[in-house]
Design a protein around this ligand. Structure first.
Ligand SMILES: Nc1ncnc2c1ncn2[C@@H]1O[C@H](COP(=O)(O)OP(=O)(O)OP(=O)(O)O)[C@@H](O)[C@H]1O
Ligand SMILES: [Mg+2]
Length: 268
C-alpha cells in the first residue's frame, strides 16, 4: 500500500543506515519534502548529511526504513525502477563529477543518457548518439546556467564555479522531480558560491521542484533556505524556518561547546 503523505514529492520514514563497519550514519529520520521546499540540511562533519542525501536516490542503500517518491517505494526498487528513481532524483556534488576529457556540451548530454537505451560510449561516438533537438536542449540549459559560450571547451579547462554550472545543467537535462546538492559550494570562492546558490534557487522557483542542499555554512542556510533541517549523530534534531535557528538550536545541531563553521560575509 502506498503511504506517501499527501502533497509530498518525497517522503522518508524511519530511515536508518548502518555501514558494514557498524557506523550508524542515519538513525531513524522521518521527513516529508514538498514541491515548495527549498531545504538546506546542516550539521557538523560526520553528522550523516551525505549519507542521508545519498539514500534518497539510492547511491547508498538504506539498512531500514522507507522512501516514497511520487507514490513509488525507493528502497526496494531495482533494475528499470531503480534507473527511473535515479533519473527522477537528480544530484550534484562538491567535486562536480564531470567527465573531464569531454566538452561541456557532451557533459550535459550525458544527463540525457538516462533517457537512452544501450551501452554508454565515450568521445565523439557519444556525441553522435544525440539528435539535433537533444543538442539544442543542452544548449538551452547551458544558456540558463550562463555558460553557453563555453559549450565546446573541455570540462577540465573550466573554473570550479563553471564546472558546477555544467553539473547543474547536466542534472537538469534528466528532468528531475527533485534536485539534490551535496555541499555544492564547498570547493568554491564566496562569489561563485553565491552564483551557484542563486541558480539553485532559480531552478526551484521556475521549475517548481523541491531542492535539498547539504551545507556546512550555516550563514548560507540562513540566507537562502526556506526550510532548514539539522542533523546530529544521524538523527533529525531540528526542522524549521531559518529565523528559528536560535543559539540554542545551533548548539543542539552542532553540539555543546562546539561551534558552527565561521560566518562568511554573504547575502545580498
Ligand atoms: N562508506 C562508508 N563506510 C563506513 N562509514 C561511513 C561511510 N561513509 C560515511 N561513513 C560514516 O558515517 C557517518 C556519517 O558520514 P557522512 O559522510 O554521511 O557525514 P556528513 O554529515 O556528510 O559529513 P561531512 O560534513 O564531513 O561531509 C560518519 O561517521 C562517517 O565516518
Ligand atoms: Mg558530507
Amino acid at each position: 500500500m502506498i503511504q506517501q503523505p499527501e502533497g509530498s514529492v518525497l517522503a522518508v520514514r524511519n530511515l536508518t543506515k548502518i555501514y558494514p563497519n557498524g557506523a550508524c550514519a542515519v538513525n531513524g529520520i522521518t521527513l516529508s519534502i514538498a514541491s515548495d521546499d527549498f531545504l538546506v540540511v546542516i550539521g557538523s562533519s560526520g553528522a550523516g548529511k551525505s549519507t542521508f542525501l545519498r539514500c534518497l536516490n539510492r547511491l547508498v542503500t538504506p539498512t531500514s526504513g522507507e522512501i516514497y517518491l511520487g507514490g513509488d517505494e525507493v528502497t526496494r526498487a531495482s533494475g528499470r525502477a531503480l534507473r527511473g528513481v535515479r533519473r527522477r532524483v537528480g544530484m550534484i556534488f562538491q567535486q562536480f563529477n564531470l567527465v573531464r576529457r569531454l566538452t561541456v556540451l557532451e557533459n550535459v548530454l550525458v544527463g540525457r543518457l538516462r533517457f537512452c537505451s544501450g551501452p554508454v560510449e565515450g568521445g565523439s561516438s557519444l556525441f553522435r548518439r544525440f539528435s539535433r533537438a537533444e543538442q539544442e536542449l543542452a544548449f538551452s540549459l547551458l544558456r540558463q546556467v550562463g555558460i553557453e559560450q563555453l559549450a565546446y571547451q573541455r570540462a577540465d579547462a573550466l573554473s570550479g564555479g563553471q564546472q558546477q554550472r555544467v553539473a547543474i545543467a547536466r542534472t537538469l537535462a534528466q528532468h528531475p522531480d527533485v534536485f539534490l546538492a551535496d555541499e555544492p559550494i564547498a570547493s568554491l570562492d564566496p562569489k561563485s558560491s553565491e552564483v551557484i546558490m542563486g541558480l539553485l534557487r532559480t531552478i526551484h522557483e521556475e521549475r517548481g521542484i523541491p531542492v535539498v542542499i547539504n551545507l556546512h555554512h550555516i550563514d548560507f542556510a540562513r540566507c537562502y533556505a526556506k526550510r532548514v533541517v539539522g542533523i546530529s549523530g544521524g538523527s533529525l534534531v531540528f526542522d524549521g524556518r531559518p529565523d528559528e535557528l536560535t543559539p540554542e538550536v545551533v548548539e543542539a545541531i552542532y553540539g555543546k561547546g562546539r561551534h558552527a563553521p565561521e560566518p562568511v560575509s554573504i547575502c545580498a
